[in-house]
Write a protein that binds this ligand. Structure first.
Ligand code: MN
Length: 162
């Protein structure tokens, strides 16, 4: 993989589910990306607290505006506060986690749960204190690669607020 492409992949993955507008197979047929070829990167300290791994699953392209990513949070890890310009769907695939919305009590989320977050709602998501959590994140773009607006860190008090 070329260095430039890898950087673009990593940038997209770091946006939780964003991706620069690189063609993803065009209109000629299905594109199958083998699991071993998916790029996984560490979630950076500037956007996350704790140990987080982000895998880009598929990019948006010129015809399809959604992109998908898989994020695994180790116990206690979580995203910063953030918003999504179009919204976000979270499909919890493993473990137990937490999600918070500004001004509301923290909610527990578990494998099999589906969370739909409207555009512009300030929120965070992450693992429970004693369990890892993995979710698939699906977002749509308003402009190429733009699926999240990052805000401040989630404090321990906010993470533990019930
Ligand atoms: Mn989100």
């Amino acid at each position: 993989m070329g260095k430039k492409l890898f950087i673009l992949l990593a940038m997209g993955a770091l946006a939780l589910c964003g991706y620069p507008a690189i063609a993803a197979g065009g209109d000629s047929g299905q594109k199958i990306t083998r699991s071993g070829d998916l790029a996984t990167v560490n979630g950076p300290d500037s956007y996350f607290t704790g140990e987080v791994r982000v895998t880009q699953l598929y990019p948006a392209n010129n015809k399809m505006r959604s992109s998908g990513g898989k994020v695994t949070f180790q116990p206690g890890a979580r995203s910063n506060w953030h918003t999504h310009p179009v919204g976000q769907v979270l499909l919890v695939t493993e473990g137990v986690g937490r999600t918070g919305e500004w001004g509301k009590p923290v909610q527990e989320i578990r494998a099999g749960d589906v969370i739909v977050c409207p555009a512009g709602v300030k929120h965070w998501h992450g693992a429970a204190p004693d369990s890892a959590m993995t979710h698939i994140s699906i977002c749509e773009e308003t402009e190429p690669g733009k699926v999240v607006e990052w805000l401040e860190k989630v404090s321990d008090d906010q993470y533990n607020q019930q």
